[in-house]
Design a protein around this ligand. Structure first.
Ligand code: C2E
Ligand code: CA
Ligand code: CA
Length: 601
């Protein structure tokens, strides 16, 4: 049998000799005859044992003659690969069996081992069967024989099938890099690919463009057809984008209704323009879902890879700035980035770009500032105030990011998050303590009631423990609509406060339009309360509040002097640094405890 004769396996014979050596005791010719027999016997035994080892356990065993490059493989393994027993040996089987794409790696691993850099040669690679199919194996091996100069003569080892493991790993990797719904690459994979593109030296005059696309009207479809309808729409959009882009590009889904296209091998911006125009046209064609015909639009922003070095983040940012421009111009618009746009967009709009990522990553959090009753000296509520922990810029205050969030509409999801988070947190406080949440004007136009109910339901918070703080600007923009919404919210049991009172234009008239539970006098008046004019205004508001049955809260009390004046003017509640700065959620309980202790003392 070829497998016994080809590589008699000295390692095995040596081992046998060691074990049975004591039996060799005779002298003279008898001894040499017997010795010969014994040695043949040992050889036979060794070979049988080897054959046994080969046919049990491990699937693949190989034995390679490093001097002439031939290799011997166990019968079963050859059969697994689809080769006849003698088909491989004496040839250069590496060239047949090892997948061309992996040969270099295996050769390298072996070379390192032969040079003594590794104790075993180990390499995962593909093997090719006779029928051309391939599968993954783990090859392990070791040099077992060297000549006197140390040159490696022979190596033996195993090969095991690791296809299942590889498939599982590949599947996990696929899932981590693709969007579940559409199967398109996700943001991570897009970034990987762009990383490669950005690093690569420019080939000739060909260039790359990144286009970010944001659907118009997707929310309406989601609201009218439900989530499954929305999902169907996104899949159809994904298909249409793939077709529009063809082989020359990548389509990724990078957000709810946001997609990105990477176009490679372009000759210039004209080609990107053409693709964008085509995308607008194909997405604009009517889409039928559940027997309903819907129409959506798309805004597209593009950035060409500049000649200077650029990071992936900056490239995406440029495309986003252009997208922002496109969206402000109107539906179905395309804009190409140019440096002048960046100047116009300054840091505000870069903030908007970062904000989307931050919402995804969960970089926003709430802090809570206590409001204290001047009669009982007890905490009646905490106002939830939003904070943004920016990875590069550190803490950003709401004064900076709330206007940007309002302008871009991101306040809708951010506000809904704040409501849900604040209600959840309030559940951990004593029952008599309310939570106040600021709501922006924009939220009124986007189903504030639904966000409020789902926050309350989600946390199982009793409705009368939630207070919403609204500003005059909300009432100014759409008085009837907002007042109607406020009435419905109040009917649920939610409390409503008018915030920043005194900073608007015609505050007094708004007080008659809606029966607010509380009026919060703006910090500006409290700051100047020692002056007669400010004191007079505070007094007037307190009087009005009393008549209308609305409690008065003084904001921004920083000194005991201010506190005494506020008290003497008849305010009911106070809030300000004198009592506490806004606290992280995990410090609320300790604060309440410390106040109880000091009250008891
Ligand atoms: P606001 O509703 O008038 O909130 C009170 C602001 O006054 C808070 O600033 C608070 O930290 C600050 N403050 C409290 N006591 C004192 C004091 O004694 N002295 C001084 N100088 N300041 C005091 P903050 O947290 O920077 O919030 C600013 C504004 O951002 C808020 O004004 C509110 O209009 C808005 N905002 C905060 N969180 C949210 C939110 O979740 N949603 C919305 N829509 N707006 C929010
Ligand atoms: Ca407020
Ligand atoms: Ca305020």
């Amino acid at each position: 049998m070829s497998r016994r004769t080809h590589f008699p396996g000295r390692a095995f014979r040596d081992a046998d000799a060691g074990r049975s050596g004591s039996r060799i005791v005779l002298k003279g010719w008898l001894r040499s005859v017997r010795a010969l027999r014994a040695s043949e016997e040992r050889r036979r035994l060794g070979e049988e044992r080897l054959a046994l080892a080969l046919d049990s356990g491990v699937e693949g065993i190989w034995d390679s003659n490093l001097a002439n490059g031939t290799i011997w493989m166990s019968e079963r393994w050859l059969a697994r690969l689809g080769y006849a027993v003698d088909a491989i040996e004496a040839r250069q089987p590496m060239d047949h069996i090892v997948h061309a794409g992996d040969r270099e790696r295996l050769t390298l691993a072996m070379a390192e081992h032969v040079r003594g850099l590794t104790s075993t040669c180990e390499c995962e690679h593909r093997v090719v069967c006779r029928d051309g199919t391939s599968f993954w194996v783990l090859t392990r091996g070791r040099v077992v024989e060297r000549d006197r100069t140390g040159r490696a003569l022979r190596a033996v080892g195993t090969q095991i099938d690791i296809t299942h493991r590889h498939e599982a790993e590949a599947r996990a990797e696929y899932l981590a890099l693709h969007d579940d719904l559409t199967g398109l690459p996700n943001r991570r994979l897009l970034r990987h690919r762009l990383d490669r593109v950005v690093m690569r030296p420019r080939e000739g005059r060909s260039t790359v463009a990144v286009l970010t696309c944001d659907l118009d009207g997707f929310k309406t479809v989601n609201d009218t057809l439900g989530h499954s309808g929305g999902d169907r729409l996104l899949r159809i959009v994904a298909d249409r984008l793939l077709q529009a882009v063809g082989d020359g590009g990548t389509v990724a889904r990078i957000g709810g209704d946001e997609f990105a296209l990477v176009l490679e091998g372009l000759t210039g911006p004209d080609e990107a323009d053409a693709v964008a125009g085509h995308v607008i046209a194909v997405l604009g064609a009517p889409i039928e879902i559940d027997g309903m015909v819907v129409e959506i639009g798309v805004g597209i922003g593009a950035a060409m890879m500049p000649s200077e070095a650029i990071t992936v983040d900056d490239l995406l940012r440029r495309a986003d700035i252009a997208l922002y421009e496109a969206k402000t111009i109107g539906r179905d618009t395309y804009r190409l980035f140019e440096p002048a746009l960046a100047a116009r967009h300054s840091s505000r709009h870069l903030l908007a770009f970062d904000m989307k990522e931050a919402i995804r990553r969960g970089d926003f959090f709430l802090v809570y500032q206590p409001v204290i009753d001047l009669v009982t000296d007890r905490v009646t509520s905490f106002e939830a105030l939003m904070r943004w922990h920016h990875p590069e810029r550190g803490l950003i205050s709401p004064g900076e990011f709330i206007p940007v969030a309002e302008e871009t509409g991101l306040i809708v999801s951010l506000g809904a998050w704040a409501l849900a988070e604040a209600c959840r947190e309030a559940m951990t406080w004593p029952d008599e303590i309310r939570v106040a949440v600021n709501v922006s004007t924009v939220q009124f136009q986007h189903d504030l009631e639904r966000s409020v109910s789902s926050a309350l339901d989600g946390a199982s918070l009793s409705t009368d423990r939630l207070k919403l703080e609204v500003t005059e600007s909300a009432l100014m923009r759409d008085p009837e609509g907002v007042v109607a919404t406020l009435h419905r919210l109040r009917a649920l049991g939610v409390k409503i406060a008018l915030d920043d009172f005194g900073t608007g234009y015609s505050s007094l008239s708004y007080l008659r339009r809606f029966p607010f539970d509380k009026i919060k006098i703006d910090r500006a008046f409290i700051k100047d309360i020692a002056e007669p004019d400010a004191a007079a205004i505070v007094r007037a508001v307190v009087g009005l509040g009393e008549r209308l049955g609305m409690g008065i809260v003084a904001e921004g009390v920083e000194t005991t002097e201010q506190l005494e004046l506020v008290r003497s003017e008849g305010c009911d509640e106070v809030q300000g640094f004198l009592f506490s700065r806004p606290l992280p959620a995990n410090e609320v309980a300790a604060y309440l405890k410390s106040r109880r202790v000091s009250a008891a003392a």
